[in-house]
Design a protein around this ligand. Structure first.
Ligand SMILES: Cc1ncc(COP(=O)(O)O)c(C=O)c1O
Length: 592
C-alpha cells in the first residue's frame, strides 16, 4: 500500500498526466529518466532516494490536508494554535531543504560557464534566491511578468487552471495580487470565506466594467440605484447604453427600500416588455451602490437582494464607501439577502492614503473560477473576462493595498466619529442643508442606523446652500477659500478631508435632469471626511464663512452651534462611539 503512487504523489511527477509508474520507486526512477540522469551514478543515487521520499512526503501532506479539513472545526483553540505552529515550522524546514538544494545548484549553474555578456543578459537565476523570501514578514512584491516553467505537463495544467502554484504570466495571476485577493475575501466574507473568491483590477472602474462586461449582454436591462458614482453612471449610460455598443437599457430607481425597488422593477418590466419577452431572451441586472456617492445614503441591501433574488435577478453591489468596517453584505445569514457580487474601489478607504488606484470583484467560487473544461468554466469571471482583457492589478499596487488595509479599522472609526460631529455641527445652521444619514434628522438615518456597524454614518455626505440664497460668486469664493483644512481634490477615502462640487467634478457626467434627480444642486459640496481633529475642521469652516459669506449675508456665521457647545458635541460623540465600539467587541471567552 505504502508504495502505491497516490494521486498526490503523481501530482509531483514531471509526468503527472502520462506516468505509467505503479509505485513511488517507479515514479522516482521515471523522474530521473525524464531528466536524463543515471540512478546508479554517485549523484543519481541520492537524487533517486530524495525523489522517492518527496513523493511519499507529498502523499503525507495530502493526508495532513484532508485530516486538517476534517478535524479543524472540532479542535480546541489550543490544538489549533499547536497545529498552526507545527505547520509553520514544517514550512521553514521545507525552505531549509530548498536552501540546501540551492548551493550545489548554484555551483552547477556557474559551472556552465556563461560569458559575462550572457550572464548579464540573463540576470541572476532567481528560483533559489527567492527561497529566503518565505521568511519575509510581509507578502513579497513579485515583480515579474513571467514565471519559469517547471515542466511541460505542469505548465499544461497551469494553462487549464488546474495548477495554481504554477503561475504563468502576471497579467493573469501574480502571488502578491493573489495574497490581496485572499485577504479581502477573508475580511469581507469572514466565516464564509471558503465560499468566495476575488479578482483584483487596476482601478475600481476596471472592476466595475469587467463585471458588467462579464454579465451584461446585448440589449439587456440594468436597473441601478439612483445615486451611483458619476464614472459608473457614465460607463452605464455612455458605453453600455450606446446603441452602437450593447444598446443596454439603463434605468435608475429612487428610494432605498425593497418596495421602492419592486415598484421600479415593475415599471422596467412593463417598459421593456418587448425586450424581455420571450422569457429569458434579455435579462435584467440589478446594480446597487450603498452607501452611495455622494450623499452616503444607505440602501436596504439585504431586503433588495431578497426581492431581486425572488424575481430571479443577479445583484451587483458597489460597497466602496462603507468598506467592510461598516457593512459586510456577504455575511448576511440568509443567502438570498447577499448580493451576488461585491465590488470595491480599493483606491478609497481600503488603501486610505490616496496613493494608489485599484479595485476588486468578489463573488461565489463557481461564478468566479472553475478549471477549464469543467461544466460552466467559460461562464466564470476569470475565463470570460479577467484572463482575456488584461485589467489586472500589478504586484506593487497590490502590496500598497495590503499595507493600507492594516489600519482600516482605526482610520474608519475616527473618520466616522469626525463625520457625525461635523455633520451635526453643520446641520445646526438653519440655512444649510446637510444630506445623508450623517445628519440624524435625514430620512435615511434610521436605515443607516440599522444596517451600519454601530449605526455609524459613512465618512461621506453633502451639504448645499440653496436655502441660504448665496450668489454664485459668493459660493465660489467661499468654496475656494476652504483649503487647506478642506483639501480641494477629487476622490474620497483619504486620511485628509477632501471636498468637491459634484456637479462640476465627480458627477459632471450627469445632465441637469439627472443631477436634480440625484439630489445634486449647483451649491452641493461633497465632504469626504478625514482623520483630522474635528475641532479644527469646524474652526476653519467657520472662519471661512465669516470671511466669504458674512459680507454678503451678514450674521450667517453666527447661526452655527455656539463655540462653547462644540467641545461638548465632540466629547459626546467621541465617548459614545468608543463606548459602543468597546461593547460590540466579542466578549473574552476562555473555553476553546
Ligand atoms: C463608489 C465608487 N465606486 C467606484 C469608484 C471608481 O473607483 P476608481 O477611482 O478606483 O476607479 C469610485 C471613485 O470615486 C467611487 O466613488
Amino acid at each position: 500500500m505504502q508504495n502505491d503512487p497516490t494521486p498526490a504523489a503523481r501530482q509531483l511527477s514531471p509526468r503527472r498526466k502520462t506516468t505509467t509508474a505503479t509505485s513511488l520507486a517507479e515514479l522516482a526512477r521515471e523522474q530521473l529518466a525524464h531528466f536524463h540522469l543515471d540512478p546508479h551514478s554517485p549523484i543519481g543515487a541520492p537524487l533517486l532516494r530524495l525523489a522517492e521520499r518527496l513523493y511519499a512526503a507529498h502523499g503525507d501532506l495530502a493526508e495532513l490536508w484532508a485530516a486538517t479539513t476534517r478535524e479543524l472545526a472540532d479542535l480546541p483553540r489550543g490544538d489549533r494554535l499547536a497545529l498552526f505552529n507545527a505547520k509553520k515550522f514544517l514550512t521553514f524546514q521545507l525552505a531549509k531543504l530548498l536552501d540546501t538544494l540551492q548551493n550545489p545548484t548554484r555551483a552547477v549553474h556557474q559551472s556552465l560557464g556563461h560569458s559575462a555578456a550572457t550572464t548579464l543578459a540573463k540576470g541572476p537565476y532567481p528560483t533559489f534566491d527567492n527561497v529566503a523570501a518565505l521568511f519575509s514578514a510581509n507578502p513579497v512584491i513579485t515583480r515579474t511578468a513571467t514565471y519559469i516553467f517547471a515542466c511541460t505537463e505542469w505548465i499544461d495544467d497551469a494553462f487549464q487552471g488546474r495548477e495554481f502554484l504554477h503561475e504563468i504570466y502576471s497579467r493573469l495571476l501574480n502571488p502578491t495580487s493573489i495574497s490581496l485577493a485572499n485577504h479581502i475575501v477573508e475580511i469581507e466574507a469572514g466565516p464564509l470565506a471558503h465560499e468566495y473568491l476575488a479578482w483584483n483590477f487596476n482601478s475600481g472602474m476596471a472592476a466595475i466594467d469587467s463585471l458588467l462586461a462579464h454579465l451584461v449582454g446585448y440589449e439587456d436591462v440594468v436597473l441601478a440605484s439612483r445615486n451611483v458614482y458619476g464614472g459608473t453612471h457614465q460607463l452605464l449610460h455612455d458605453w453600455y447604453g450606446k446603441k452602437s455598443n450593447l444598446n443596454v437599457a439603463v434605468e435608475f430607481f429612487d428610494g432605498a427600500t425593497a418596495d421602492d425597488f419592486e415598484r421600479a422593477l415593475a415599471t422596467v418590466r412593463a417598459t421593456y416588455a418587448d425586450r424581455l419577452a420571450p422569457a429569458g431572451a434579455r435579462r435584467i441586472y440589478v446594480y446597487l451602490e450603498s452607501p452611495c456617492n455622494p450623499h452616503g445614503v444607505f440602501l436596504d441591501v439585504p431586503a433588495i437582494c431578497r426581492s431581486a433574488h425572488a424575481a430571479g435577478l443577479t445583484v451587483i453591489l458597489d460597497a466602496t464607501v462603507g468598506t467592510p468596517f461598516l457593512v459586510r453584505p456577504l455575511q448576511e445569514s440568509e443567502p438570498a439577502a447577499r448580493p451576488d457580487y461585491v465590488i470595491h474601489s480599493y483606491t478609497k478607504d481600503l488603501v486610505g492614503n490616496g496613493d494608489t488606484t485599484a479595485g476588486v470583484v468578489l463573488g461565489r467560487n463557481a461564478d468566479m473560477f472553475l478549471p477549464k473544461g469543467d461544466p460552466g468554466w467559460d461562464h466564470t469571471l476569470f475565463w470570460n473576462v479577467y484572463y482575456i482583457k488584461g485589467a489586472f492589478l500589478d504586484a506593487d499596487k497590490a502590496y500598497e493595498v495590503l499595507s493600507g488595509m492594516k489600519t482600516l479599522e482605526m482610520r474608519m472609526l475616527k473618520k466616522c466619529i469626525n463625520t457625525a460631529i461635523l455633520a451635526r455641527w453643520l446641520a445646526s445652521h438653519p440655512h444649510l442643508s446637510v444630506h445623508g444619514p450623517a445628519n440624524p434628522t435625514d430620512p435615511n438615518a434610521p436605515l443607516a442606523a440599522r444596517l451600519s456597524y454601530l449605526g455609524l454614518p459613512a465618512p461621506l455626505f453633502t451639504i448645499d446652500f440653496e436655502a441660504a440664497g448665496l450668489s454664485r460668486l459668493t459660493f465660489e469664493r467661499f468654496f475656494d477659500s476652504l483649503s487647506p483644512m478642506f483639501g480641494h481634490m477629487v476622490s474620497l477615502g483619504q486620511s485628509n478631508t477632501v471636498i468637491l462640487c459634484p456637479a462640476l467634478t465627480s458627477h459632471s457626467e450627469l445632465d441637469p435632469a439627472a443631477l436634480r434627480a440625484a439630489g445634486i444642486t449647483p451649491t452641493t459640496i461633497r465632504i469626504a471626511v478625514g482623520d483630522e481633529d474635528p475641532r479644527e475642521l469646524i474652526r476653519d469652516f467657520l472662519a471661512t464663512a465669516r470671511l466669504a459669506i458674512d459680507p454678503d449675508l451678514p450674521g450667517f456665521s453666527a447661526r452655527f452651534l455656539p463655540g462653547a457647545d462644540v467641545d461638548t458635541l465632540c466629547d459626546h460623540v467621541y465617548l459614545d462611539v468608543h463606548r459602543r465600539h468597546a461593547a460590540a467587541a466579542p466578549r473574552f471567552a476562555t473555553p476553546n
